[in-house]
Design a protein around this ligand. Structure first.
Ligand code: ADP
Ligand code: ASP
Ligand code: MG
Length: 862
């Protein structure tokens, strides 16, 4: 047989359903029709390798063998889906029984050597290929199941830890077409396992987690395949993990070296070791999506372009940072050699390095035995002889990967602003000019990747390097998947809403039922809170105020005019909290006159107008330091914020009050806005309780508002029950002091939308714009805070998006952009766009800038 082989590798998700085996069969049939022979390398069913690791842990701990049960169930389920007969299932059953026996051995001896561990892990791939050969048979494809261990033999590497020989084995690419021919029995379809190989002594070993890609490249080299296709659950390599950031762009074409860099720096879609054998054999690789087999993926081959470019922003978690510093060694020759010697001897590989005259910092990615293990302990011991050693485990490496990255450093300028809030422990630039990496705290890594990606990678336009984004590639599928998910209120009212703006004017529309439901939810969940005050600055529409008041909330006001409006609309009985900031003094008089609880920002006010405050009950707003929020402009605490008196100096207010016969009966604090961390208010309360001894007359404590709502996909809604729990835990310390909160956005944001007719659409170069009848004159939040509002084409709710658009208004300001790079369907003048979450800080912040009237308000009462 002379026709050439094509190697197809299918990952965990790709082999986990009968439907996918149908897709695999279709690809084989296609290639056979082109006269090609097909060599398939399969992974274990998705999650099975993880479960095997857990099964070992369970056996070692003599725990319930839940994972083994799960694994057996998973295989039986797939066998059923494929329609396997009992006889055909028998070999799988035997394998799983053998697995059970090995695990039982581990349980009895409470020992799992790396050798045994490798054997146990190999069952994932052994079983999946057993099911696979039967599945292909059902599609009329009769292939040969080859044991990968007969063809891939590991090499022993100097200094390699014994454990690594079994679980991180290295296999050198060899060309041995004859052996493969013999194993394939001259047939045109082979199915073999990824991940597993044999040591020269004949024991089962593994190529490291995710190593099936490397198996595939090794087989491709071995049989001199003409190409290698890696079939997985995404379309290819993306500019960042598409499941974390849906705006990730598909990389159409890159070189082996660049792909290796990306994989090594964190693009988990490929095992970094697979690029070597493919490059050595000159075998082109294509990554493709099993679930979308028609789509083009990423092609990897020899270098094609030398154009400088940022290609991706990726991250690796679980990195250990080690710092060795000494002044004794200053300038001594051979210091570096001494530092690195123990790493080599103990088989611990170093990842990033930064050096100074007297210190060396390195990162370690995967220490054999972990940082609790023997090799690491010995490493520390050895290094301590050289200088002071410090270790940080909770770090991550964020890397900007590209081509000739030094020449694009200037582009990083604005992106570097993101480091304002993130401490960087180490910066390194690769000597090959392929990446710049930052070691940061693990908790900061995700946001950092998102922000750097946002700033460095283009969202629009398509070229040699970048194809569509993940969200664009999958939008149709997502729409089908989310068809059943609950929709926001406005979905059901599409026709009615379109009618409201048929005159071409923009409108704010409020749905009172949603506002009522939010208020009700707060009352129901926040049982630890005695006084809920609606921060009416968020939206003072009369109907909105009435709705919230009817749910039993008080009102928080920040100006005399707000107080007067409340009394006029809602009467004298409703409680008012007055928390102004730098306001004219006569407004305090208005507040007292209307029976409001009044809060001061500091003792300076009493000094300014002692008579105004004489004999009064006063609240004091304190600044606990720190501060939280969705943008620096909404963080209301910390040294530079204009609000509140330092909490440590609260006694100064008590003293100033006493001098005018006033008492401090309230303590208030508000740290910021749009907060989704449920612990925030409990923390504030704890801080405030620390000073309560200095306030003998205290009647109430207000822990502020700032309760956030979900504004974009992927955010976790605020867990009100958790908020309440944290507050309730401190209830005993409160005694009869009333706990208060003052939510604004939470009550009204989701109940309001801005409807804006499209006046024009245009393309300028690669960029498309949708122009609306209104812009920052109606909704200033995007321009002011960079706030993100979901934007939808209300006229075409069911249409699939066709690409990215900048959504802009008619105001003569570059910043008049309501949304940048928004995924929208093909949009035309006359359509109506809907801007979500516009009920809070929308109309109330509007202006007549450019003498353009902002959108008027419409209230839906039913
Ligand atoms: P398989 O089981 O098919 O080998 P993997 O789970 O190993 O699949 O790899 C595919 C996953 O890699 C994707 O689902 C994706 O979430 C993740 N991934 C991480 N970074 C990237 C990236 N830069 N490009 C593409 N995928 C990535
Ligand atoms: N099944 C192995 C793992 O999950 C190998 C692979 O899928 O690439 O790590
Ligand atoms: Mg993989």
């Amino acid at each position: 047989m002379t026709s050439r082989w094509v190697v197809l590798k299918f990952g965990g998700t790709s082999v986990a359903s009968a439907r996918n085996w149908g897709r695999i069969a279709a690809r084989v049939t296609e290639l056979h029709a082109e006269g090609k022979r097909v060599w398939i390398v399969a992974s274990a069913l998705s999650q099975v390798s993880n479960r095997l690791e857990q099964a070992v842990e369970e056996a070692l701990g003599n725990r319930e063998p839940a994972s083994l049960g799960w694994i057996q169930g998973r295989h039986i389920e797939l066998a059923g889906e494929i329609g396997l007969s009992v006889t055909a299932y028998e070999p799988v059953k035997e394998l799983l029984e053998e697995l059970g026996q090995l695990l039982e051995g581990v349980r009895l001896t409470r020992e799992a050597s790396p050798r045994l561990h490798a054997r146990i892990m190999s069952f994932g791939e052994l079983a999946s290929t057993q099911l696979g050969i039967a599945a292909l048979g059902h599609h009329g494809l009769h292939g040969q199941r080859v044991d990968a261990r007969d063809l891939l033999i590991s090499t022993e590497v100097d200094g390699q830890q014994p454990a690594d020989r079994f679980v991180q084995a290295q296999v050198d690419p060899v060309r041995n077409v004859l052996a493969a021919e013999a194993a394939s029995d001259a047939c045109s379809l082979v199915l073999t396992q990824g991940f597993i190989a044999r040591t020269p002594r004949g024991e089962t070993c593994l190529l490291g987690r995710g190593g099936s890609d490397t198996s595939a490249a090794l087989f491709a080299h071995l049989i001199g395949a003409e190409s290698l296709e890696i079939w997985t659950d995404v379309h290819g390599m993306f500019s960042t993990d598409p499941r974390q950031l849906p705006t990730a762009r598909l990389i159409r074409q890159i070189s082996y070296r660049e792909a290796q860099e990306l994989a090594a720096m964190g693009a988990k879609v490929l095992h970094p070791r697979c690029l070597g054998p493919a490059a050595e054999g000159g075998i082109p690789i294509e990554i493709r999506n099993t679930m979308d087999p028609e789509a083009r993926g990423t092609r990897i081959g020899p270098s094609l372009s030398d154009d400088a470019a940022v290609m991706a922003v990726v991250m690796r978690e679980g990195v250990t940072l080690l710092n060795i510093s000494t002044l004794r060694m200053w300038g001594t020759p051979g210091f570096l050699a001494k530092v690195f010697a123990p790493f080599a001897e103990l088989g611990i590989s170093v990842d990033l390095v930064a050096t100074s005259q007297s210190a060396v910092s390195v990162t370690l990615d995967g220490v054999p035995g972990g940082t609790g293990g023997e090799p690491f302990r010995r490493l520390e011991e050895r290094l301590k002889l050289l200088g002071e050693v410090t270790t940080r485990e909770d770090t991550a490496v964020v890397s900007i990967v590209g081509r000739r990255i030094r020449t694009v450093l200037h582009k990083l300028g604005p992106a570097f602003a993101v480091f304002r809030e993130h401490e960087v422990h180490l910066v390194s630039e690769s000597s090959e000019d392929l990446n710049v990496s930052f070691v940061v705290g693990q908790q900061d890594a995700r946001t950092l990747v998102d922000r750097l990606h946002d700033q460095l990678l283009p969202k629009q336009g398509s070229d040699e390097l970048f194809g569509p984004s993940w969200e664009l590639l999958t939008s149709k599928q997502r729409r089908i998947e989310t068809a059943e998910a609950p929709k926001p209120w406005w979905h059901a009212r599409q026709a009615e809403l379109l009618d409201l703006v048929s005159d071409g004017q923009s409108r704010y529309v409020y749905d009172l039922a949603t506002v009522r439901a939010q208020a009700h939810g707060l009352r129901q969940h926040l049982t630890a809170v005695g006084g809920l005050y609606y921060a009416m600055k968020a939206n003072w529409n009369a109907e909105v105020l009435r709705t919230i008041a009817a749910e039993g909330l008080g009102i928080e006001c920040v100006s005399a005019a707000e107080i007067k409006l409340v009394r006029e609309l809602l009467g004298d009985a409703i409680p008012i909290l007055f928390t102004p900031n730098f306001c004219p003094l006569d407004e305090y008089a208005v507040a007292f006159e209307h029976g409001a609880d009044v809060t001061l920002d500091g003792p300076h006010l009493i000094d300014l107008a002692p008579e105004l405050f004489r004999g009064r009950e006063l609240g004091v707003r304190v600044d606990p330091g720190g501060g939280l929020g969705h943008h620096e402009k909404v963080v209301t605490a910390g040294a530079q914020a204009k609000f509140g008196h330092p909490v440590a100096d609260v006694a100064e207010v008590v003293r100033a009050a006493a001098e005018v016969g006033a008492t401090v009966t309230g303590l208030h604090s508000h740290v910021g806005s749009g907060i989704l961390d449920p612990d925030s208010w409990g923390r504030t309360l704890q801080g405030l309780l620390a000073v309560r001894d200095q306030l003998p007359d205290l009647r109430w404590i207000d822990v502020g508002g700032g309760l956030g709502v979900v504004e974009r996909a992927g955010q976790q809604a605020l867990d009100l029950a958790a908020v309440n729990l944290r507050l309730a835990e401190l209830a005993a310390e409160l005694g009869d002091i009333e706990l208060r909160m003052e939510p604004g956005r939470y009550l009204v944001s989701e109940g309001g939308v801005l409807l804006a007719p499209v006046t024009q659409v245009r393309r300028k170069g690669e960029v498309r714009f949708v122009g609306l009848a209104t812009g920052m004159n109606s909704l200033i939040r995007p321009a002011l805070y960079g706030a993100w509002h979901g934007i939808h084409n209300l006229s075409r709710l069911d249409a699939d998006p066709d690409g990215y658009w900048h959504v802009v208004g008619p105001i003569c300001e570059t910043g008049d952009v309501l949304g940048r790079d928004r995924l929208l369907p093909s949009t035309e003048a006359g359509d109506v766009l809907l801007i979500e979450n516009a009920g809070a800080y929308g109309r109330v912040m509007a202006s007549r800038y450019n003498l353009r009237e902002p959108a008027a308000e419409v209230v839906l009462t039913v």
